[in-house]
Design a protein around this ligand. Structure first.
Ligand SMILES: *[C@@H]1O[C@H](CO)[C@@H](O)[C@H](O)[C@H]1NC(C)=O
Ligand SMILES: *[C@@H]1O[C@H](CO)[C@@H](O)[C@H](O)[C@H]1NC(C)=O
Ligand SMILES: *[C@@H]1O[C@H](CO)[C@@H](O)[C@H](O)[C@H]1NC(C)=O
Ligand SMILES: *[C@@H]1O[C@H](CO)[C@@H](O)[C@H](O)[C@H]1NC(C)=O
Ligand SMILES: *[C@@H]1O[C@H](CO)[C@@H](O)[C@H](O)[C@H]1NC(C)=O
Ligand SMILES: *[C@@H]1O[C@H](CO)[C@@H](O)[C@H](O)[C@H]1NC(C)=O
Length: 271
């Protein structure tokens, strides 16, 4: 009888709505294609049933898989162990990531992905906001195409064997807040275009083989709190423009071939 009254009907509708939106928000993968792509990823990386149980819903039960409205928005394989078979031939085999059109985060920090960052990362993962490949046995160059990831705010590639130059295209990613390419084998100079990365708070290029002058334009990155260029082969003098980095908490320039006098302007760095 209560159901027939407007209040009862409203209450039931409200409850149904809450249940539905609750489910939609966290779980129940709604796309058949994404499910099959997750299964592909599970097999190409050799992940274990313990972490990614094949019969359970990935959105609610798979470690490190995050969904929104039934679509995958985040994958963290960091900390997962591979099956014995997966360990015998680990590769940077993540082609199925291209099917997660809303993927905002991919974290494989400390998870061995021996191989090269695929060029299509920059073309297909256009929703990516965070990419963490720290200490993941990555080799080869950083693809220019990563400069297309216009939503990227966090890029960690440190502690790998990455070679080649630092792509100037990275200077196009205006949203970048954290850029860490430290402890690799990068050569060439620091792109002067990095002066456009106005939102950067952390820039770490330390322990590479970077040479040439420190771009004076870095002195315009007024949100920088942490700047580490140590342990490279940088030459010439410390830009006087660094005196403008008023938010700076840490500045590391040791183990380079810098010359000239210490800019008095740096006395303005009160933090
Ligand atoms: C994922 O995307 C690729 C390329 O767009 C496609 O060829 C492949 O069939 C898709 N895989 C799955 C499992 O849907
Ligand atoms: C990636 O995952 C590791 C392990 O869970 C975590 O420590 C790290 O902070 C994550 N990276 C980012 C950028 O959140
Ligand atoms: C992505 O970046 C590459 C290399 O920087 C560029 O040639 C290409 O036009 C860009 N756009 C797309 C959508 O891939
Ligand atoms: C880089 O490669 C060398 C050999 O090619 C290897 O010994 C070293 O452990 C690698 N470093 C990292 C951080 O993976
Ligand atoms: C930088 O950060 C601000 C505030 O955090 C944000 O509004 C803005 O969209 C970001 N991007 C650029 C390119 O300034
Ligand atoms: C930055 O530093 C230079 C040299 O010290 C100075 O001439 C200039 O006015 C500063 N710019 C800003 C925006 O503070």
């Amino acid at each position: 009888m209560g159901v027939r009254t407007p209040v009862g009907a409203f209450a039931i509708a409200l409850i149904l709505f809450l249940i539905q939106s609750g489910f939609a928000q966290q779980g129940s993968l709604s796309s058949r294609e994404q499910r099959s792509a997750l299964l592909d990823l599970r097999s190409s990386l050799g992940l274990r049933s313990k972490d990614w149980p094949i019969k359970a819903d990935p959105c609610s039960s798979w470690t490190g898989v995050k969904c929104n409205n039934g679509k995958v928005i985040g994958i963290t394989v960091s900390g997962l162990r591979r099956t014995r078979l997966g360990r015998t031939n680990p590769r940077f085999a993540v082609d199925s990531l291209a099917n997660f059109t809303l993927l905002a985060t991919f974290n494989a920090s400390g998870f061995a992905l021996p191989g090269i960052i695929p060029d299509w990362f920059g073309q297909r993962l256009s929703a990516l906001q965070m990419l963490d490949l720290r200490s993941a046995s990555v080799i080869g160059p950083i693809p220019q195409s990563l400069g297309n990831l216009s939503k990227l705010n966090t890029l960690y590639l440190s502690g790998n064997n990455i070679t080649g130059v630092v792509p100037s295209a990275l200077g196009n990613i205006a949203e970048l807040v954290i850029l860490d390419l430290s402890r690799n084998s990068l050569t060439g100079s620091i792109p002067s275009g990095f002066a456009s990365l106005r939102n950067l708070t952390r820039l770490d290029l330390s322990s590479n083989f970077l040479s040439g002058q420190i771009p004076p334009g870095l002195g315009t990155l007024t949100r920088l709190q942490f700047l580490n260029l140590a342990d490279n082969s940088l030459t010439d003098s410390i830009p006087v423009q660094f005196g403008n980095l008023s938010q700076l908490l840490e500045l590391h320039l040791s183990k380079n071939s810098l010359s000239g006098s210490f800019p008095v302007e740096l006395r303005g760095l009160r933090s």
